[in-house]
Ligand binder design. Structure first.
Ligand code: TXE
Length: 496
């Protein structure tokens, strides 16, 4: 499986590939079989500070922030084209690092190119606006300027996609950045830097540090020369980053996952609802921030629906990234599988009923971190499996009898990232969707997102939005320029 060649120097700072100052390195292993994928530099604090200094210098130098927005956008279109050209290479690297099925990594690469294209085209659209100052001799206008140096911290489940959601708007708006991908999945971020280095981005605009969050990531939240930190990852880490960022009053954007209700009414299209409930819960082994891990079914449909869900879940085939018959891959690490295992055990101890799953991969899968699709029935509000994000192939089942109760259960979470409603009654669908307090609500579907539509959470799912025009605005400061063309003596003070 070892088909990714690591250059000896894998940090990208000021337009050059460099090694970690202290010479640290980390092995990357594929979670499907623990085979060696490569070894990359492990940055220390000094490396992170060097990258921040490069980004600061590049921003203050001003060539990229002052590049016309349309020209910045054109460069993103070129980057999108290069990623499309190298799609197979990028997808393989993503699959090796994550264990994700190759077919899914290919889809991710298409989505990444589309995201870059979207922000590339959006970059030059909004030139600002004129404001009526109430005087013919005053020109008052709002311009949108880059925030400055951005610290971008990303997770391991969609490594390059999450990076693209941040890198594309940051560059479109004229910022410089330091990207710190998950220490588990660094390779596609390196490939992205390779492309950014080729297309003529000025040195220091794009920088990459690899390494642990606590060492290489923390400076991005703490350092006074970073103006904005954008983070996608777990709730606890998000809290830590938000707290660290207050010291220098940075702009903070957080996407912290969800506990997403998938609400199925008895009048839903049965086959489509079951099929999508499987997809909602088990795609990418449930390691998706918007996973439909919380199935909420109308009481009268419950028995038939869960029986069919279990029948099909038991047939899902686990396998490595290049196994074309596989339907789901492994969990990201042994530690994460232990966490998912403990989460299910806690649910069972609290009274959940195990309908299928709850086991590790066996035989030829035993080398990887596979966890079988798991259905937990008979759960109640307040149980940890209902409250906490599991981030594995685990779905819980609750029931309701009225529309009000469906909404109440759907909103009974401290998160608020995504939800779905299944019904053939369009009025009911719209009523329920309108009352669910989640950043995205699907009706008769699950998981699609669009680069032109905002993504983010209510409640503790986060702060701010990615994608869409708001996703660009996160990386901009609005500035008011008030030009008095005909200044007058005010006479406000004596002696004038
Ligand atoms: O994520 P972390 P972990 C959830 C999911 C999972 C849990 C923990 O529930 O079980 O988070 O996963 C960097 N300063 N999600 O521990 O720690 C880290 O190096 C700066 C949801 O793997 O949040 C990595 O680059 N950075 C999620 C990134 O933060 C720090 C996707 C994410 O790691 C840091 C993944 C620090 N002090 C997990 N500590 C989603 N929202 O989609 C860590 N990091």
């Amino acid at each position: 499986m070892n088909d990714v060649i690591d250059p000896p120097a894998t940090l990208f700072v000021n337009g050059e590939w460099v090694s970690a100052a202290a010479g640290g390195a980390r092995e990357i292993r594929c979670p499907a079989d623990q085979s060696l994928v490569g070894a990359v530099a492990e940055a220390g604090v000094a490396d992170a500070e060097r990258a921040i200094a490069a980004a600061r210098h590049a921003f203050d130098r001003g060539d990229w922030p002052r590049t016309p927005a349309g020209t910045r956008g054109d460069l993103l279109l070129v980057v999108a084209g290069r990623i499309r050209d190298r799609k197979e290479e990028f997808a393989r690297a993503e699959s090796l690092d994550t264990g994700k099925r190759l077919v899914e990594s290919r889809i991710d690469m298409d989505d990444i190119a589309n995201c870059l294209r979207y922000f590339g085209k959006l970059a030059g659209v909004e030139a600002g606006r004129l404001v009526d100052a109430g005087s013919p001799t005053v020109v008052s206008r709002i311009s949108y300027e880059p925030v400055g140096v951005c610290g971008l911290i990303t997770p391991w489940n969609y490594p390059l996609l999450q990076a693209a959601w941040k890198v594309a708007p940051a560059l479109a708006a004229g910022n410089t950045f330091v990207l710190k991908p998950s220490e588990l999945t660094p390779h596609t971020a390196m490939l992205l830097m390779d492309v950014l280095g080729e297309v003529g981005l000025p040195a220091g605009v794009a920088n990459l540090v690899l390494g642990s969050g606590a060492v290489a990531g923390a400076p991005l939240a703490e350092h006074p020369d970073v103006d904005l930190v954008s983070f996608t990852g777990g709730l606890e880490t998000g809290r830590r980053i938000a707290a660290a960022a207050t010291g220098t009053v940075k702009k903070v954007a957080l996407e912290l996952g969800g506990k997403n209700p998938n609400v199925v009414f008895a009048d839903a299209d049965f086959d489509a609802a079951v099929d999508n409930a499987l997809n909602a819960a088990f795609v990418h082994a449930g390691q998706v921030c918007s996973a439909g891990a919380r199935l909420v079914v109308e009481e009268s449909l419950h028995g038939r629906f869960v029986d069919e869900l279990v029948r099909r879940a038991e047939r899902i085939r686990m396998g490595g990234p290049f196994d074309e018959a596989a339907e789901i891959g492994p969990l990201i690490s042994a530690a994460h599988r232990d966490k998912v295992t403990a989460y299910v055990q806690r649910g069972l101890a609290e009274g959940a009923v195990l309908r299928c799953g709850g086991t590790w991969g066996e035989g030829e899968l035993a080398q990887g971190f596979f966890y079988a699709p798991t259905v937990l029935d008979g759960v109640r509000s307040g149980m940890s499996v209902v409250r906490d994000e599991g981030f594995g192939p685990v779905v819980t089942v609750e029931t309701f009898t009225t529309e009000d109760e469906a909404v109440r259960i759907g909103n009974d979470t401290h998160y608020g990232l995504a939800a779905a409603v299944w019904t053939q009654d369009a009025g009911k669908a719209q009523r329920v969707a309108g009352r669910l307090r989640h950043g995205t609500v699907w009706i008769n579907d699950f998981h699609p997102y669009l680069p032109q539509a905002e993504w983010g959470g209510f409640g503790q799912s986060g702060v701010g939005r990615e994608l869409g025009p708001t996703g660009l605005a996160e990386y901009q400061e609005a500035k008011h320029i008030y030009h008095n063309i005909d200044p007058q003596v005010t006479g406000w003070f004596e002696g004038s």
